[in-house]
Design a protein around this ligand. Structure first.
Ligand code: HEM
Length: 221
């Protein structure tokens, strides 16, 4: 259990679970972008995905475990750091710290809150928004209409946009940090990993953010 009790072990767990979740986010973004092909795009994609029952459940189990471990470790590390000496910690970190690296716990908490809301919203459909999952003309679950109807409201569309900013801020530092922890970086490669973090998190912001933005603008109906 040294993995959970030593500082390097914990950072390793954070990095591996973080990497798994980044891979999920890449896959989810690619799937979600089919919404721009209209009902035929995303409804066919969602139906095809739900037929792959072992893949869906395997992903849910791995991602659920990764999320729980990631959150548990982050709370433990943050509380220990605060208890050790919050002032000294803040000063020493701020030498090379960015807004993103200083606020990982808060952007992480925002993403956690978003994921809980998002599951209640689209997966369990238990939010007080009268969300309906009907069927399209081909008898498939109409994920397209469900997404467009709910994100066209200013409040829910706005919540999604703000959450995507939090995701971008979190991964701006998180992706670079996980490469460093996994030992894949050296002094020469460090700026490259920083660039990867910025490019990927920028792609997530633009890619995911475009969905509520385009729906709010009335372009997808
Ligand atoms: C504009 C942004 C997003 C849209 C429109 C969107 C849309 C959706 C939809 C429609 C589903 C249900 C799929 C189905 O049951 O067929 C879903 C599920 C899910 N989304 Fe998103 N999503 C967005 C962003 C995100 C982000 C940023 C994350 C993670 C940080 C995320 C995590 C999940 C998870 C964990 C599920 C549950 C998957 C499952 O059923 O096991 N989503 N999303």
């Amino acid at each position: 259990m040294r993995l959970f009790s030593t500082s390097i072990g914990r950072k390793g767990v954070m990095a591996v679970t973080g990497l798994l979740m980044v891979l999920f986010v890449v896959g989810h973004l690619l799937g979600n972008l089919t919404v721009f092909k209209g009902p035929d795009g995303i409804n066919a994609y969602a139906e095809g995905l739900h037929k792959l029952v072992p893949v869906v459940w395997g992903t849910r189990i791995v991602m659920g475990s990764a999320l729980i471990l990631h959150v548990y470790m982050s709370i433990q590390i943050t509380l220990e750091n605060w208890a050790a000496n919050p002032k000294k910690y803040a000063v020493s970190r701020s030498l090379r710290a960015t807004f993103s690296s200083k606020n990982m716990i808060w952007t992480g908490a925002a993403i956690g809150a978003f994921v809980i809301y998002h599951l209640a919203h689209f997966t369990f459909r238990v939010t007080p928004s009268d969300l309906m999952l009907g069927t399209d003309t081909m008898g498939r679950p109409d994920v397209y209409q469900m997404v467009v109807d709910s994100l066209s409201g200013a409040v829910i569309g706005g919540v999604y946009l703000v959450a995507m900013v939090a995701l971008c801020l979190h991964l701006w530092h998180g992706i670079q940090s996980l490469f460093q922890t996994l030992g894949l970086s050296n002094a020469k490669l460090l700026p490259e990993y920083g660039l990867w973090g910025k490019v990927l998190s920028g792609i997530f912001l633009v890619g995911f953010g475009a969905i509520p933005a385009v729906i709010l603008a009335g372009i997808l109906k």
